[in-house]
Design a protein. Structure first.
Length: 336
């Protein structure tokens, strides 16, 4: 690529803002960020960032901030980086949302989002465009509008979702080029992978299991380990089911991954997974891509997944309740 890459960022929360900062500090990209709730604050005062990688920064802005998706007629982006939550059962979907800015055959779409099979709607809607996977391992949150607390080093694993319509070598080259651009500032660990399914299934042992169990029970990651036999009856069974579903899908996860994930963080850190926070705030959750997709992949191959099934349908019912509260579902009036 000659000159700086032009990047459109959608989702400038904790993960997306640090991503935009990395791209900016590397000097290999200009970043246009699409903001919503924090648009006015960033426009006026910029971001206030406390980062383990970058230190404390006040008043920082990407190259440009906008409050709606730019049209492809106005701006031609090399990459669209999406770091929003992926609510697959609510319209507009992510694939629909980015449509105005996608140039067929040119724009590479980078999904820094969790879950399985998230690329499929993009392959269907944008068959001529490269779609890249970004698996983010970071502890970064927007604690209030435009205030970012970044507590653990940014690690991003990038690879190509294999679009059957496109040349594989071209897709892999696009992934490697994005790694180069993202890594240029030398403040982050961004690596290339040629095995996207392994990286995604591996992260699901946390996201499809601890994230969901904490959301359903209302317990953080420390208390769920202290709460009697909850590890034995809920957490370990669903983790083992995800490992078995991955194996049936052709992905062998590392031995001992269940214990590694359970003990990854100190018990007394009492970490609150994102889905727990979403449920407590009444927000829609990513349960379809985090749990529904691996559940469908496993059960379609004959893997018994009773704990995952229970958690999935419980979260589906909770999602329905939140949709009703938000006016997204109409129900018959109460009979007299």
């Amino acid at each position: 690529m000659v000159g700086k890459a032009s990047v459109l960022l959608i989702g400038a929360g904790g993960v997306g803002t640090i991503g935009a900062l990395n791209l900016d500090k590397g000097g290999q990209a200009t970043v246009t960020a699409v903001l919503r709730s924090n648009y006015t604050k960033v426009l006026t005062d910029g971001f206030h960032i406390k980062s383990v990688d970058h230190g404390e920064i006040q008043g920082w802005r990407p190259s440009e901030v906008v409050n709606k998706i730019p049209s492809r007629a106005d701006s031609q982006f090399d990459y669209i980086v999406v770091s929003t939550k992926n609510i697959a059962d609510h319209s507009p979907t992510t694939a629909e949302l980015i449509s105005p800015a996608v140039i067929p055959g040119k724009t590479s779409i980078v999904l820094i989002q969790n879950g399985l099979n998230i690329e499929r709607p993009f392959f269907e809607k944008y068959p001529e465009n490269i779609c890249l996977s970004g698996v983010s391992l970071i502890d970064s949150h927007e604690t209030s509008p435009a205030f970012i607390e970044h507590a653990a080093p940014d690690r991003l694993i990038v690879g190509a979702f294999q679009n059957p319509n496109l040349d594989l070598q071209r897709q892999e080259a696009a992934a490697r080029e994005f790694v180069r651009i993202y890594s240029a500032g030398r403040k982050t660990i961004c690596t290339y992978t040629d095995n996207v399914p392994l990286q995604r299934w591996q992260k699901l042992v946390y996201n499809a299991c601890l994230n969901t169990t904490c959301a359903v029970t209302g317990l953080d990651t420390g208390r769920i380990r202290l709460a009697g036999d909850t590890l034995k009856t809920l957490v370990r069974p669903v983790m083992n089911e995800i490992v078995a579903a991955a194996r049936a899908s052709g992905v062998e996860l590392p031995e001992g991954i269940v214990d590694k994930i359970i003990n990854a963080d100190p018990l007394t850190a009492y970490l609150r997974p994102s889905m727990l926070e979403d449920v407590e705030r009444g927000n829609l959750t990513e349960f379809e891509n985090l749990l529904g997709e691996p559940l469908r992949e496993g059960t379609s191959r004959g893997v018994p997944m009773p704990t995952a099934t229970f958690l999935y349908h419980t979260l589906k019912a909770i999602q329905w309740r939140f949709k009703e509260r938000k006016g997204l579902i109409s129900i018959p009036p109460k009979s007299v």
